[in-house]
Design a protein around this ligand. Structure first.
Ligand code: TYD
Ligand code: MG
Length: 456
């Protein structure tokens, strides 16, 4: 009788050890080891993929023929843009997000659009029955007969069905519910997820099937088996948003076939997700007018400038340690900017709690929002409002200087479209602006002090 070989695998990062460990030496997570049978196929298989009909010997790069990657447009333009201009044929896309955020809805809608273009698509649900899927489909108004549905968990059965049906696009909802009979570990365990994703990847590359894998996010904020899966697939998208808000943002974090800066904005409605063509308008809709602590900033998301409202609340602290809380912007950046305000402008914030929030559940990461943070904090502290039709952009350095940002003209154009009257921006940008922006007064500033003088 052959002895069954087992290993202990970390469910967080995939690290393997011959015996059980309390703490993973690789990623440091506790109590994450589970005994698993050694996979029949070593995981190397997922990485060395040979595509039939392709020359496997080394070639000169000049001899390699290129053709534009074939792409399928879903006609959900926000979705296509995030994918880099449509879905690449034969690619594998991982979509992660919190439960209930709308991943299943988004993909069912995208598949329906594809099916309407006479493309055969298959939606595999490992979580919901066919009837539940149908109920959702009715809710969002799916009408195409080219959309096939399958409620199945077994990887072997799914692959069989895909080979029989020969769809062009398949969705696996979700990868954590799929299991292969070749492994004994439970569905959702890291070896099952890796094995299933690897096999589906192989199938996609060899048949030209485009596959979407839906992945749940663990409470730590990473797709279960994060490192393993993110490396295997071509594209990783995150669908995020605040459950309390109807806005949802689709963000690319890895894309072999496009930019990772692009975002798509959707609004969850009764009849499914609706694209938001002009996010700035949406994000500024409920803005309080002429209230201290509120300022409009511009964040460049991929090829689009989006105007959002940044709010700050500064109030005397009742604890020994003043609180600094930031939502939607980097808290470290906020601490740094507060220090600049104290040292360079002389505003004493040592006894103040400071809260900074980007309205609408948006997250901004650009340094160009620095001047906005500084202005909002100062505005709240001084209790002086910043006029509502004013936009503030610029990076702030530790010496209190305001540094140039990129794509200033594009941001000004968006502001002018939305009827803004004034824009504060770095002096270095001001001198380079050649285009005319009727109706907007453009003020160039060189330092934080100068910016606050101009504003208040
Ligand atoms: P779902 O796509 O099931 O989320 P996920 O697959 O990411 O877990 O979306 C579930 C939520 O979306 C649910 O709370 C109800 C809401 N919803 C709507 O508001 N309108 C709709 O048309 C649909 C289909 C869902
Ligand atoms: Mg779902």
């Amino acid at each position: 009788m052959t002895k069954i070989k087992t290993v202990f695998g970390c469910q967080n990062c995939g690290y393997q050890a011959p015996k059980w460990l309390g703490k993973c030496p690789d990623c440091g997570s506790w109590n994450s080891f589970v005994e698993e049978q050694l996979s029949a196929m070593p995981d190397r298989s997922a990485r060395s993929i040979t595509i039939p009909g392709q020359d496997t010997s080394p070639q000169s790069i000049l001899a390699v023929e290129t053709s534009e990657e074939g792409r399928l447009k879903t006609n959900v333009s926000e979705f296509d843009r995030v994918l880099g201009g449509g879905l690449v044929i034969g690619s594998v896309v991982l979509i992660g997000g919190d439960p209930g955020i709308g991943k299943s809805t988004l993909l069912l809608q995208a598949l329906d659009k594809l099916a309407k273009k006479d493309i055969r698509v298959l939606y595999v649900s490992g979580e919901e029955s066919l009837r539940q899927t149908k109920m959702r489909a009715d809710r969002i108004g799916v009408t195409s007969g080219n959309l096939f549905v399958l409620a199945e968990n077994s990887l072997e059965k799914i692959i069989d069905d895909i080979k029989k049906l020969k769809p062009n696009v398949a969705v696996i909802d979700s990868i954590q519910t799929i299991f292969t009979l070749q492994l004994q570990s439970a569905p959702g365990s890291i070896s099952q997820v890796r094995e299933s994703a690897g096999k589906l990847m192989l199938l996609s590359k060899s048949t030209g099937l485009s596959t979407f894998l839906i992945g749940h996010v663990t409470k730590e904020g990473a797709i279960a088996g994060p490192r393993v899966l993110e490396h295997i697939v071509d594209t990783v998208l995150y669908f995020e948003g605040d459950r309390g808000h109807p806005y949802r943002i689709l963000r690319a974090v890895k894309n072999r076939f496009g930019s990772t800066n692009e975002i798509g904005v959707f609004e969850m409605k009764d009849g499914g997700l609706e694209e938001v063509a002009n996010p700035s308008e949406l994000f500024l809709a409920e803005r309080p007018i002429d209230v201290p602590g509120s300022v409009v900033i511009s964040s460049l998301e991929g090829s689009r400038p989006i105007l959002v409202e940044l709010q700050a609340l500064v109030s005397p602290t009742s604890y020994g340690m003043p609180r600094r809380t930031a939502i939607g912007v980097d808290p470290n950046r906020v601490s740094l900017l507060v220090a600049v305000l104290e040292k360079k402008v002389g505003i004493n914030l040592a006894q103040q709690d400071i809260f900074v929030n980007v309205a609408g559940g948006v997250r901004v990461e650009e340094p160009a929002v620095d001047l906005g943070v500084v202005s909002a904090v100062a505005s709240s502290f001084l209790d002086k409002p910043i006029p509502s039709k004013t936009m503030v952009i610029g990076e702030v350095g530790l010496a209190g200087e305001v540094r140039g940002i990129h794509q200033a003209e594009m941001r000004l154009k968006e502001a002018s479209k939305l009827g803004f009257k004034r824009c504060l921006l770095p002096r270095s940008n001001r001198s380079r602006i050649t285009a005319e922006f009727p109706g907007i007064e453009i003020a160039g500033v060189g330092s934080v002090e100068e910016a606050l003088e101009t504003l208040f």
